[in-house]
Each structure stands twice: as C-alpha cells, then as structure tokens.
Design a binder for this molecule. Sequence first.
Ligand code: SAM
Length: 237
Amino acid sequence: MNIFKQTIVTGAEKMGLNITEEMLEQFEEYSHLLLEENKKYNLTSITKQQEVAEKHFLDSLMISRELKYFFNISMIDIGSGAGFPGLPTKIYRPDIEVLLVDAVRKKVDFMNKVITKLSLKGVNTVHARAEDLAGKIRESYDVAVSRAVAEMRVLVEYTLPFVKPGGVFIAAKGPGVTGEIILARHAINVLGGQVENIRHDKLPVSGDPRVIITIRKVKNTPKKYPRKAGKPRKNPL
Ligand code: SAM
C-alpha cells in the first residue's frame, strides 16, 4: 500500500471511521487529480502525499465524525475551493446530498471534474458568492460546513442563512478559534444561531490541533442577512 493510502487507513482507524476499499480508491484518484491540476493552477500549497492525505482528506473527515447520527441529510459547503471538506465528506457519506459553493470559476470547474471522474451522484456545484446565493436557497439545508474561508463573525453570515431552523453549521478551525468565537457571539445570536459544542481534537498523524465548532440554528435568520456581497468581510457583524 502506498503512503497516501496508508496514511488514510491508519488515520481513519484512529478517528474511528470505517473506510472501504472503494472510498480509498476514490480518495486516491481525487488526490491525483488535485496534484495534476495543481501543476497548472495553484489549488493547494500542500503537495506531499502524506500531507495531502492528512491535511486535506483526514482533516475534511473530521467533519464527517460530527455527522454520525445524521442520515439522508442535505449539506452545503461554503467556499469549498478544491472541494474540501465537501467532497471527501460526500465520498465517505454517499447518502448525504451535497452542494459545493465557491466564488472562483476555476475551482468550481475542478470540483466538477472530480465529480465526473469519480461518478459521484447527489452532489452539485455552484459558482457564486455565498452572499448572492443565500436569497435563492435560504434555510433549506440541514447542515452547512466550511473550512479556511473566513473568521467566525464573517463565516456565520455566509453560512447560517442557508441552514434550516433546527439544523447546524459545523466549522473546522485551528487552535486560535476561542477568541474568534467570543468576538462572534453577537453575530451568531443575530443570525439565529447558538454555539452547541466546541470539540478540541488532533489530526491523527501529525497531531496538529483542530477545533470543531457546532452552531445550532435556533431561530430564523432575519431577511436582511446576509448583507450585500463583500459587506460581511469588510464590516463584520
Ligand atoms: N475550503 C477549502 C479548503 O479548505 O481547502 C478552500 C479554502 S480557500 C482558503 C477559501 C475559498 O473560499 C476560496 O476558494 C474562495 O474562492 C472561497 N470564498 C471566499 N469567500 C467566499 C464567498 N463569499 N462566497 C463563496 N466562496 C468564497
């Protein structure tokens, strides 16, 4: 077994995730496409096999662990870039209906290429800014996820409008997130969210710290949010 597959298998085992041979093949093909495309466009700065396996795939699967008790749900990934965490989550959990959103065309094109190559079903992409899309499909997802897109105050304005009341937003962050959450308390409340859980974890191979934050949507998001494209980042709530 090569180093990529070995890292996925041992890492997933430590995380308590059950990876099938088919999933392993799909992860590997995806990583080949990623590294191939990366020669043309800069999609990721992580290029060593073991690092790709851990920092993209296993890191994305950290979110799948939070979805253990959710079945046949819909999930939106905001700012998916080259597909993380939405596509590895889709591969691990084929029962979840996934929408991947990114503001950059070439990234959406790449995700479409992966979807076609791996023949994934029940996963779609949209080329849009989150702020522009929310008007059309607001409060229609059970779960929203996002990785490495913005600080928490901004991120909740991008994501919570898409979540159904009763649903959740799950963010994977680095260890410095505590301050961000305190700063985002007002934004979370205004947008109809409530912090439900903050789980401190570690990546299984390198031991790099990760924090998984779950925010429950407890009431509707007022219609005026999200504000116009660019506003959440320029002037966070
Ligand atoms: N989530 C991916 C990952 O973890 O590898 C990509 C992270 S990348 C640093 C941030 C991505 O968010 C970029 O692809 C960017 O185009 C996208 N993005 C930033 N702001 C956005 C917005 N308002 N709406 C949609 N996508 C956005």
